[in-house]
Design a protein. Structure first.
Lengths: 217, 241
């Protein structure tokens, strides 16, 4: 708990990072109408996918913040020596990461959906899937972030490791919104997404903790 | 005699050196027989014509692509849990081979897809999941390369391989699902309703050939890796003395 508040304080006082992820999200989404063309019908068709892909990339780009700074100034080592279970610490850091990245993205998504002319029936599904899915992005990403801690310029490697693992989240997130837009039942997709996140909650911090321990050796 | 009997690199090298030429020879023989049957003996398919012969390379390499990943994951688990010194090596050595088979499966699939479906690439569930598998191999190899400390790299890569192993069925399943939502399952039928024995036997021979070839290549790569380590150790010793 203390780790969460500490990380949140750090994120708030340094400002920057959350804001950057948001701006990145906004910019990527803006690129699509420019690239595809401004026809409202086309934009409405691709909106769920574009929003999810952009959110996924924004979340991925902010992953290096998860452990890197703490690793460099040694506080990560101090935390592991504190006697607390490392998995718990990692989970706390993941929660803090989600609060500073996933949550803002979630809040910004409906506004961008309006800009993309998305069908209003999909809004509830968009919010719901983002709420359920973005924690999974932080959780899975933590493994990648922990594995690339000791790698110099690990950004590209991180994306190579993490993006294939993100695919199920993307698929279920987008198909839930698509189903809702077309008036179909979105519930099975949402439930599968929830299952994914729930499975990730115990497994990912554990694997990430193993990876963190490795980089501190 | 336990698995740890072969934990001794010298003993392993000796044994591997003895098996390797046999495995290589057997693979060459099986490949020759398999290709002879597949390219010459097997009749052309009544619908697909001669393009059906691509299957004899495509299907075994796709099988091997999956088999290699399972092997990689099991070896990684053994390395992490029992710290068996050769398991790391086996995992590392199998990754490029697996990536090679995956690539072969993708390329031959694409070549087969053009005359059959009229497109080099279809965003079909099976194709997509194999492509993702290919990326997983690439990520695994990239992680090995980018961490300098060998021991650390081995552990990190093992963690990644296991995470991937949990995720592969999920990805496969989700991609299957994603596809069926957008287009009805009609595109890919690997071998029709039932495969005729005249085609099944060459296929099985080819599959066996690929497997034996994998063993030969794996042993060769593991020996190479061991020798590289020995060279490094000797160099270090030379420099420090």
């Amino acid at each position: 708990m203390a780790v969460i508040t500490r990380d949140l304080h750090l994120a708030v006082r340094q400002g920057g990072a959350t804001f950057l992820a948001l701006v990145f999200f906004l910019l990527t989404v803006t690129l699509f109408p420019l690239g595809i063309g401004p026809e409202p019908a086309i934009l409405a068709r691709v909106a769920p996918g574009v929003l999810w892909v952009a959110a996924l990339l924004a979340a991925m780009l902010s992953l290096d913040r998860l452990f890197q700074a703490d690793f460099e100034d040694g506080s990560l080592e101090q935390l592991t020596l504190s006697g607390l279970p490392l998995g718990g610490i990692v989970l706390a850091k993941i929660i803090a990461h989600w609060l500073t990245t996933g949550l803002p993205l979630l809040l910004a998504a409906p506004i961008l959906a309006v800009l993309l002319n998305m069908n209003t029936e999909g809004f509830a599904a968009l919010l719901l899937t983002m709420l359920i899915g973005t924690p999974a992005l932080s959780l899975i990403g933590a493994i990648g972030a922990a594995l690339t801690l000791t790698v110099r310029r690990g950004g590209v490697l991180l994306s190579l490791l993490v993006l294939p693992l993100y695919i199920p989240v993307l698929i279920f997130g987008v198909s839930a919104i698509d189903a809702a837009v077309h008036g179909l039942n979105a519930k099975p997709h949402v439930l599968l997404l929830a299952a994914l996140t729930l499975a990730a909650i115990p497994l990912c911090p554990w694997a990430a903790a193993a990876a963190v321990k490795l980089s501190l050796e | 005699m336990s698995l740890h009997y072969f934990a001794n690199p010298t003993r392993f090298t000796r044994l591997a050196g003895r098996i390797q030429p046999w495995a290589g020879g057997l693979a060459a023989l099986l490949l020759a027989v398999g290709f002879y049957l597949a390219l010459i003996v097997v009749p052309a398919d009544y619908q697909q014509g001669d393009t059906v012969r691509i299957m004899f390379v495509h299907v075994p390499s796709a099988w091997m692509a999956m088999f290699c990943y399972i092997f990689l994951a099991v070896a990684s688990a053994v390395a992490l849990i029992w710290k068996h010194p050769l398991a790391d090596l086996a995992a590392k050595a199998s990754a490029p081979i697996g990536a090679g088979f995956t690539f072969l499966a993708l390329v031959t699939g694409s070549l087969w897809g053009k005359p059959m479906w009229g497109a080099w690439w279809v965003w079909d569930a099976r194709l997509t999941s194999v492509l993702i598998l290919f990326f997983l191999y690439l990520g695994y190899m990239a992680l090995w390369q980018s961490i300098e400390d060998g021991q650390k790299a081995a552990k990190a890569a093992a963690v990644l391989a296991l995470v991937g192993a949990i995720n592969v069925p999920i990805i496969k399943f989700s991609v299957d699902w994603w596809n069926t939502l957008h287009q009805p399952a009609s595109v890919l039928r690997m071998d029709g309703p039932a495969i005729h024995p005249s085609m099944l036997w060459p296929l099985l021979i080819m599959a066996l050939a690929f497997k034996v070839y994998f063993v030969a290549l794996l042993l060769a790569r593991m020996r190479m890796e061991l020798n590289l380590r020995r060279i490094r150790a000797l160099r270090l010793a030379e420099r420090s003395s």
